[in-house]
Design a protein around this ligand. Structure first.
Ligand SMILES: NC(=O)c1ccc[n+]([C@@H]2O[C@H](COP(=O)([O-])OP(=O)(O)OC[C@H]3O[C@@H](n4cnc5c(N)ncnc54)[C@H](OP(=O)(O)O)[C@@H]3O)[C@@H](O)[C@H]2O)c1
Length: 254
């Protein structure tokens, strides 16, 4: 039987307190990985998640950082290096949320926040954590992108531009780090069902579901499953990949 076993691996997920990040850390922990749980402001959620993660018989370490700021990310790295295990797997999942508007109405600050959290996060995290992966000659870097990067619908300007920029960094990193057996990939969720929808009973969205080839929205667990796959040895020969998890809503062509 083939199974995914991440025992003796350590995974760091940024934005682990968010809607999708919390399911990623649970899933990686259930596969045996020790977890570095990153948060920005929601320490209460981080502490709550830590208790749950520990129940999966793995180790868990909480860190705080602003992923847009290199100094803050390097301070997080130093804390991890001193007090825990350096990650074999990093999942760059955090994002700054903002209100989507047409480009003519969207503020420059919103464009900047998306550039910072989608593009610079990849750069800061690579500068902080890739050197240890290079030394180990092993690593998995997974960026969380979005189907919006392919759709470029009205009001998505700041988000789509930044996620497209992120794609450039991820692909260059994949080429620069491949020689060290480090894979660098992206997962691109569609509009995903998460705790927020379960609380609001908004899982079914007939107007959007009808256009999706699989006729439904995906779940946070389905996104986390793709993270788990790319983090595992089953994905050892996949790098530079943009993997949509969106029921076929976007289909990158060959
Ligand atoms: N949800 C979807 O339907 C969907 C669809 C497509 C793609 N995505 C992508 O999936 C990823 C996760 O989305 P989500 O919906 O789970 O987001 P979310 O619920 O809004 O969570 C965002 C996370 O990012 C953290 N964060 C915000 N600003 C930060 C900063 N400056 N520094 C460090 N961390 C910061 C937050 O930390 P605190 O809460 O601790 O402050 C939170 O954990 C994103 O990359 C997003 O683009 C999501």
């Amino acid at each position: 039987m083939i199974s995914i076993d991440l025992k003796n691996k350590t995974a760091l997920v940024t934005g682990a307190t968010g809607q999708l990040g919390r399911v990623m850390v649970r899933t990686l922990a259930k596969a045996g990985a020790n977890i570095i749980l990153h948060y920005h402001k929601n320490e209460i959620m981080a502490q709550k998640l830590k208790q749950e993660i520990l129940s999966y018989q793995v180790k868990c370490f909480i860190v705080q950082a602003d992923i847009c700021n290199l100094e803050s990310v390097l301070a997080m790295k130093n804390k991890i290096e001193k007090e825990f295990f350096m990650p074999d797997i990093i999942v760059n999942n955090a994002v700054i949320s903002y209100s989507w508007k047409p480009i003519l109405e969207q503020s420059i600050e919103d464009f900047d926040s998306q550039y910072q959290s989608c593009v610079l996060q990849q750069v800061c995290m690579a500068k902080a954590f890739a050197p240890a992966m290079i030394a180990k000659k092993y690593g998995r870097i997974i960026g969380i992108n979005t189907e919006c990067a392919m759709q470029c619908y009205p009001t998505q300007g700041a988000y789509a531009a930044a996620k497209r920029g992120m794609d450039g960094i991820i692909k260059v990193l994949a080429k620069e780090l491949g020689a060290y057996h480090i894979t660098v990939n992206e997962i691109a969720p569609g509009w995903t069902i998460s705790d927020r929808d379960r609380e609001n009973h908004s899982e079914v969205q007939p107007e959007s579901d009808i256009h999706i080839p699989l006729k439904r929205r995906g779940t946070d667990q389905e996104v986390a499953n793709a993270v788990l796959f790319l983090a595992s040895d089953l994905a050892s020969y996949i790098t530079g990949c943009y993997l949509p998890v969106c029921g076929g809503n976007v289909m990158p062509s060959i």
